[in-house]
Each structure stands twice: as structure tokens, then as C-alpha cells.
Design a protein around this ligand. Structure first.
Ligand SMILES: *Cc1c(COP(=O)(O)O)cnc(C)c1O
Length: 381
């Protein structure tokens, strides 16, 4: 593969040195280390939230958050375009996933569709900002406030995406982030939660520390799991956070390069990102026009054969309710079972979508070569 969405994140020798220095000075290497406190302070300072809680993964962040907001059987509204980890966290927290459509060419909710999905059991709206594109706006927030629905942002892919409302992941009630290898803050495995709510922070922190409660002065006042991050990962995270802005700049260059080379093709357009003051450039989402005469998946399959592995190939651009394990939650009377009727906007978008990586291992030469492949495959139709 000369372009691959699966890659080893860049950690420079200097960054590795800085990480080792933090670890050498560390009082402990466990999740109770002062390194964790430092990491959390730096996260809440960067993202400008009252609380940051480091946890062992993005899925753990979602699980710990959902479990402390919903009661078993509560309905959790979740977009038709997301990842299985979002749904797993809902199910493990005892929630019932209710799939909603996105608005046209966007990852934000279609509020008209959302309105038809609301019941007395609706408790949480999960927004999922895929590939760093925004998934929440003022209207979404107002919609939820009116209906007493808690907003949990799955911002796993959108660390650093910014808008007039603030950073993605800090706009709803709770923001969940992943620091898995492929995410912009990359610690191998890991995650964190951001919130301005003292109540949620206390509950989620306690839950992810096996029920330990600072407030009550010990264990045994609440239940929980051990979702703590270790000092090893936090030390990597501290250094990664320092280079987040530079990383985004590097990705921006690649995104601009892709766009400048591909815009000459009549078959390609790009997902609109000008509503953001900054897109973290996790990936570039292209939308194929009708004149391309093929779907995003068909094109991605061809690209794979010439050495280009995209998220479109890897995840097959599927609507999440299509996964066999979730079929019990995709049934009448709420749904017809036909994706194009149930989620017209999401269906249209996944049909057109081709997602191109912009990470630090993608070279400019590779972008030149791959763009030519893409343009050729589109011309051949
Ligand atoms: C990566 C990711 C997750 C899960 O994060 P992990 O750290 O891998 O558990 C959840 N949601 C989205 C949108 C993701 O991209």
C-alpha cells in the first residue's frame, strides 16, 4: 500500500525523549500517578473545559459517560453513520440505540427526523463527528435543551476541530475522545472525557476508578470498573497534545494538496467544511457526483487493487444499523428496513463518499500518484 489509512503514528525522537523524561520523574506509573493529573490539567486547559478525565479508551469514555447518564432501557439517539464502538458502548450501558438520519451532506442530525424518533424514553443524543467534521450546531443544542435530552459528543476523531461554538467535544454536556494510534492525539490506546458539569465529572471519574469517590472519601459508595489510563500513555499524551496544532497544520497541507489535484475531475466534490474555523483534517471526505458513474465503495475497491487503502474500503461505508448484531434494533414500526427510506440523507452520502487519509505518513508524492489513479478510475467510469 502506498497510501494506507492503517499506519504507525509519528513520534519523533525528541518527543520520545520528552516522554521518557516525564516517566523518569514520575511518582508512579499507575492511573493514580501525578502524570495523569498533569495530563488532565493540560487537556482541560487546551480544550477550555472545567474537567478532563483520562480513561483507557474512547469506548471506555463512551461507556462510562452513558452508564452514568441513562437508566437501563432508556433510548439513546445515535446517527446512522457512526462506528460500531459507539453502538457497543450504548448496548453495554443498557441503552437502546435509536438511529437517526443526518442532514444533507453533513454529519449533523436532521432535526426533522430526530423529532420523529423522540419518545418518553429518549434520554441522550449522541453526535458523532466522523473524520473530524462537525456533528453539532446551535440548533441541535437548542433542540435537546427544549426536550431535556443530554448531549454526549463522540468526538473520538475530532480532537482540535473548532468552530464559533468552541471545540468539537465541548459543545454538548459530555465529550468523549479516543487517543488510539490513528487519532490525532495518539497514545496507542487511550481516551478522555471532557465536561463542565461537576456532577457528571464526579460520577464518571468514580466509575472509571472502580467506584472510588473523592467526595465520599473512599471505595464502596458506588460501583465501577477500572478504566484508568496508565502513566505511560499519559506521558505520551502530554507530549502529543503539545504537537496537536502542528499535526493539524501538517494534515491541512495534505488535505489542500488532495483537493487541488482532484478538483480538476468533474466527478468529484468535497464535503463542505467552511462552517468550521478549523477542521482537524483527520481525513478528507470526497463526494462523488453522478457523472462519476460509480459509488464511493466501487471506487475504493478499485483503489485498493492499486495500493490505496482508504476508510471507505476498510469500513465499506455502511449504515450502522446494517451490522448483523444490531438488526434487533432496526425493525418496524420505527423503521421500514429500507435504508434509503429510513435514512435518505445518510444513504445518499455513504453512496457518494470516498474518504482520503491526510495523516503524517501520507507523502505528497503519494498524493500525486493516488490522485491520478482516482481521476483515471473516474474517467473510465
Ligand atoms: C476510535 C473511535 C471510537 C473508539 O475509540 P477506541 O479508543 O478505539 O475505543 C469511538 N468512536 C469513534 C467515532 C472512533 O473513531
Amino acid at each position: 500500500m502506498f497510501i494506507d489509512c492503517i499506519y504507525k503514528a509519528l513520534r519523533t525522537p525528541k518527543e520520545t525523549q520528552q516522554t521518557l523524561e516525564i516517566l523518569t520523574e514520575a511518582d508512579m506509573l499507575s492511573g493514580d500517578s501525578s502524570v495523569i493529573q498533569l495530563y488532565e490539567q493540560k487537556l482541560s486547559y487546551y480544550f477550555n473545559t472545567k474537567h478532563a478525565i483520562a480513561v483507557s479508551s474512547g469506548t471506555a469514555a463512551l461507556h462510562a459517560s452513558l452508564l452514568n447518564v441513562i437508566n437501563p432501557g432508556d433510548e439513546v439517539l445515535v446517527p446512522a453513520i457512526c462506528v460500531p464502538m459507539t453502538i457497543s458502548a450504548i448496548l453495554q450501558a443498557g441503552g437502546v440505540p435509536v438511529f437517526y438520519d443526518c442532514s444533507v451532506h453533513s454529519f449533523k442530525p436532521d432535526l426533522k427526523d430526530l423529532d420523529t424518533k423522540i419518545t418518553n424514553s429518549s434520554r441522550v443524543l449522541v453526535t458523532v463527528s466522523m473524520w473530524g467534521y462537525r456533528a453539532i450546531d446551535n440548533d441541535t443544542v437548542a433542540f435537546c435543551r427544549q426536550r431535556n435530552i443530554v448531549i454526549i459528543e463522540d468526538a473520538a476523531q475530532s480532537a482540535g476541530t473548532d468552530s464559533l461554538l468552541g471545540y468539537e467535544g465541548t459543545i454538548g454536556d459530555i465529550g468523549c475522545f479516543s487517543t488510539h494510534e490513528f487519532k490525532l492525539i495518539s497514545t496507542g490506546e487511550g481516551g478522555f472525557i471532557l465536561t463542565n458539569s461537576d456532577e457528571y465529572a464526579e460520577k464518571i471519574r468514580s466509575f472509571s476508578h472502580i467506584g472510588f469517590s473523592e467526595h465520599h472519601g473512599g471505595f464502596g459508595y458506588a460501583d465501577g470498573l477500572n478504566y484508568k489510563l496508565s502513566a505511560f500513555q499519559a506521558a505520551v499524551g502530554i507530549v502529543q497534545l503539545t504537537s496537536l496544532d502542528a499535526k493539524i497544520q501538517g494534515r491541512e497541507k495534505r488535505k489542500v494538496k488532495w483537493k487541488s489535484l482532484l478538483q480538476s475531475s468533474a466527478g468529484i466534490s468535497f464535503l463542505n467544511s467552511d462552517v468550521m474555523t478549523r477542521h482537524n483534517c483527520y481525513s478528507l471526505v470526497c463526494l462523488l457526483k453522478d457523472s462519476a458513474n460509480q459509488s464511493g465503495i466501487e471506487l475504493a475497491n478499485k483503489l485498493y487493487t492499486v495500493g490505496i487503502n482508504t476508510d471507505t474500503y476498510r469500513y465499506k461505508n455502511t449504515i450502522v444499523s446494517n451490522y448483523p448484531y444490531y438488526k434487533d434494533f432496526y425493525m418496524s414500526p420505527r423503521y421500514t428496513g429500507d435504508n434509503s427510506l429510513d435514512f435518505p440523507n445518510a444513504t445518499e452520502m455513504v453512496r457518494r463518499m470516498l474518504v482520503l487519509p491526510c495523516h503524517e505518513r501520507v507523502s505528497v508524492e503519494a498524493i500525486y500518484r493516488a490522485s491520478q489513479n482516482i481521476i483515471n478510475f473516474i474517467e473510465e467510469g
